[in-house]
Design a protein around this ligand. Structure first.
Ligand code: ZN
Ligand code: ZN
Length: 790
């Protein structure tokens, strides 16, 4: 640990530019960890005049709240919606997306005293926030109200009858409003706008369910003669119009040009250096029993946590107010503790100016930390990113981001904490040893250029479609006219429901046959959810979907819930419950599975000579067989422990590619190295898929083999880890050449010799990362890319 400046300035003001600061941070170690510096210039906002249709009363109300004129993107989106077009606003954090829907919605409520608006948010907290904002406008006759699980019974009837701006969430729409449509008929008949806020959160299986809940809403509105306009707000993403169109089933226009002002940021991408030599302590000496022959993850790079801790100590020593974002609570504490230690070694007492900030603190404790940071008593905070930070915690001089937070939206949200008014700020992304992080620090265009990651969902998933059609049939008998509304596969799903005795076909349509409604959980994903219960108190902490429970809740698993760490004592699959106790060990756990896969059908394919690219249904049989314990601070593997869990079957969607053995031989891949080449390519491809689609590597699985019984060729499969598919494999297929190009580059650009967690090793590999051949993986991908049309 070197501190560049032994004399420490006492005050909070750094009096130093981000570029100077970065120069000094860069100079402190051997080699150059900085792969890229982007100057994101300050941008002046582009205001637009109020649209002519915006009533004076509404303009005045906004003016009282400090909005003198809309930004151009707000005005454009608002006018499109006011003219009856469905629109999605996909612009940056804090760009004022709410004005874009408030303006047309409220103008309509003022012009037509009967009209109503339905607002959907993914969380109750966001709906409550919006309620405050709309209420503060003090508009006559709008009577905004939240309607969710917390709304007292006594108030519900009043809201249904009198509120003209109802704020709720998709779960309440699904469980409460649509089944009770008769009571809501007055509201739905007059529905002018449906607002869907933070619509990028509706992705994967959950998003597919929400897509059908919205189709059910449109169907009920149509029965009452209403055709509401949909206005959606999204984080910036690739192709927001398509995603919004899939979600609503309607043609949607996207507004993506952000005209709001922002402060300047110097943004550095930082790759921790390779360690001098692989330490012997990370060799698989302690690996247990059956796994003795496995190659364990070798740590060849300095850990992102250590690097972040050092950077935090350095910036604090410079008197720079810094916030470090760390993914786990334990990680945040490790970063704060080691920064404190380093500072105390340099100047005794200086360590007191760094603290950890995390969930689980009382509100007053958090406010006290925020206050101390604002006043400069504290200079450094290490915080979990899941935490709802206090709104006061802005205007810092520097933000350190330990590991890519998963999406560009979160990255910018975190970086946006930096920058006091009129001052340039510094943001540093410290890469973890993970293929996606490695790729991003070497491909700044993927961060600073046009977004490629898209929000994906698959409304045609039969595991979503059938239960949703059952819900729709309870609300009103299904008719042939409904088939187009629910889209591809609707007829097949209805036939299956008839066959299963759930629906009865009559001349007037398909009728639900049972007395009780079907139980459909929007967030459930096949297999009964497993309850997580604290042994000591019997308290239910939450549920985990059946599919993930073997990975997350096996005996000995470290399970994080709202920032608190628990260890699983027992997973009782028969009872559907996992017993846990509070414990915060200094290791994390990583489950591994073994997989078998067979092809059921091919949906689409590209024949590219020696290479084939396919999308289709597959049956996957997998079994979680063991888990690894890894030291949080260093990533070092402690041991691998066996597990005894039953195997599970999954019918899902996969993307796969095949290569002819001849093409591999021509490319210089020896027959004996084909398994290692395909396996390495598979790992990296899974690691890079989140670049193209908002998922994380736990949503997807893979399998590679030198000869597959169904394809009769060397094959790499990547599949959705959810029954019926979630859209990830489909997105991978649709962007195959860009996805595999990024995969190839991530492997080729990693500085390691024979493969490491930054390129071809995977923490969830069922085969202990054996065999893997890094150079041959590049050859495999080169053959695919040379043949595949772009
Ligand atoms: Zn590597
Ligand atoms: Zn593997």
């Amino acid at each position: 640990m070197k501190l560049s400046s032994p004399t420490v300035s006492a005050g909070p003001g750094p009096g130093t530019s981000p570029a100077d600061l970065l120069r000094r941070l860069r100079a402190r170690g051997a080699g150059d960890p900085i792969t890229h510096v982007e100057r994101v210039p300050a941008r002046a906002g582009v205001p637009a005049p109020w649209p002519p249709w915006a009533p004076t009363e509404l303009r005045a109300a906004f003016a009282r709240r400090g909005v003198v004129a809309p930004w151009r993107h707000q005005a454009e989106a608002a006018s499109l919606a006011y003219d009856g077009g469905h629109v999605v606003v996909a612009t940056g954090t804090a760009s004022g997306k709410s004005l874009a829907y408030q303006l047309p919605a409220l103008a309509t409520l003022l012009a037509d005293p009967r009209a109503t608006v339905l607002y959907l948010a993914p969380t109750k907290a966001l709906a409550a926030d919006q309620l405050r904002a709309v209420t503060a406008l003090e508009l006559e006759g709008v009577r905004p109200a939240c309607y969710d699980g917390d709304t007292p019974r006594a108030e519900r009837e009043w809201i249904r009858k009198h509120s003209r701006f109802v704020l709720t969430n998709p779960d309440m729409l699904h469980h409460g409003i649509l089944p009770g449509h008769a009571q809501w008929s007055g509201f739905l008949r007059r529905l002018a706008y449906v607002v869907i806020d933070e619509c990028h959160t509706y992705r994967g299986v959950f998003g597919s369910h929400v897509a059908h809940v919205l189709r059910r809403l449109r169907r009920q509105c149509a029965r009452f003669g209403a055709t509401p306009v949909f206005v959606l707000a999204s984080a910036t993403s690739g192709d927001p119009a398509t995603a919004a169109g899939r979600l609503t089933g309607l043609p949607v226009t996207a507004i993506t040009e952000d005209a709001s002002p922002r402060g300047g940021v110097t943004f550095a991408l930082w790759e921790p250096p390779l360690l001098p030599s692989a330490p012997s302590s990370s060799a698989p000496a302690q690996a247990t029993g059956a796994h003795d022959d496995m190659t364990e993850l070798t740590q060849v790079r300095r850990s992102a946590l250590r690097e972040t801790a050092d950077l935090l100590a350095d910036t604090v020593a410079e008197g720079v107010r810094t916030l470090a974002f760390v993914r786990s609570r334990k990680g945040a504490e490790v970063v704060a503790a080691s920064a404190r230690r380093a500072l105390d070694e340099a100047v005794p007492g200086l360590g007191d100016r760094v603290a950890a900030y995390r969930g689980g603190y009382l509100r007053e404790e958090r406010r006290e930390l925020e206050r101390a940071l604002l006043h400069g008593d504290l200079l450094g905070l290490a915080s979990t990113n899941a935490l709802e930070l206090g709104v006061d915690l802005i205007g810092l001089d520097a933000v350190l981001i330990c590991g890519y937070p998963g999406t560009r939206a979160s990255l910018w949200q975190q970086a946006g904490r930096a920058g006091r008014s009129g001052q340039e700020a510094l943001a540093v992304l410290v890469a973890r040893d993970d293929p996606l992080d490695t790729y991003l620090v070497h491909h700044p265009e993927a961060i600073f250029g046009a977004p490629v990651e898209a929000t994906v969902l698959d409304p045609a998933n039969p595991y979503v479609l059938a239960p949703q059609l059952a819900c729709a049939a309870v609300e009103a008998p299904l008719t042939p006219a409904d088939l187009a509304l629910f889209g591809d596969g609707a007829k097949e799903a209805i036939d299956q429901l008839v066959e299963a005795g759930a629906l009865r076909q009559r001349p007037t349509g398909w009728y639900w046959r049972h007395r009780e409604r079907p139980e459909v959980d929007l967030r459930g994903e096949g297999g009964a959810p497993v309850a997580v219960v604290e042994s000591a108190t019997g308290r239910l902490l939450g549920t985990v979907d059946g599919g993930s429970s073997h990975f997350l809740l096996h005996r000995g698993a470290v399970y994080l819930h709202q920032g608190v760490s628990y260890v699983v004592d027992d997973l009782d699959l028969a009872d559907g419950c996992a017993l846990v106790h509070v414990e915060e060990p200094d290791w994390s756990t990583h489950a591994r599975d073994v997989t078998d896969l067979s092809v059921v059908s091919v949906r689409s394919y590209v024949d590219a000579g020696p290479v084939g690219m396919f999308l289709g249904e597959v049956d996957v049989t997998s079994q979680v067989v063991s888990y690894q314990r890894r030291r949080i601070a260093t990533g070092e593997v402690i041991d691998t422990r066996p597990l005894d869990l039953p195997s599970r079957e999954l019918r899902t969607v996969a993307v796969w590619f095949t290569l002819s053995p001849q093409s591999l031989a021509l490319a210089g891949v020896q027959a004996a190295d084909v398994p290692g080449a395909l396996h390495a390519a598979e790992h990296a491809a899974i690691g890079l898929l989140p670049l193209m689609a908002t998922c994380d590597r736990w949503d997807i699985g893979g399998l590679s083999t030198a000869l597959h019984q169904d394809t009769e060729a060397p094959t790499v499969f990547v599949y959705d880890g959810h029954p019926g598919g979630a859209g990830f494999a489909e997105r991978a297929y649709g962007t195959a050449s860009a996805w595999l190009r990024a995969t190839r580059d991530a492997i080729a650009e990693c500085g390691c010799e024979t493969g490491c967690p930054s390129c071809v090793q995977s923490p969830k590999c069922g085969n202990g990362n054996n065999p893997l051949s890094k150079p041959d993986a590049i050859r495999v991908l080169d053959v695919v890319l040379a043949n595949l049309p772009t």
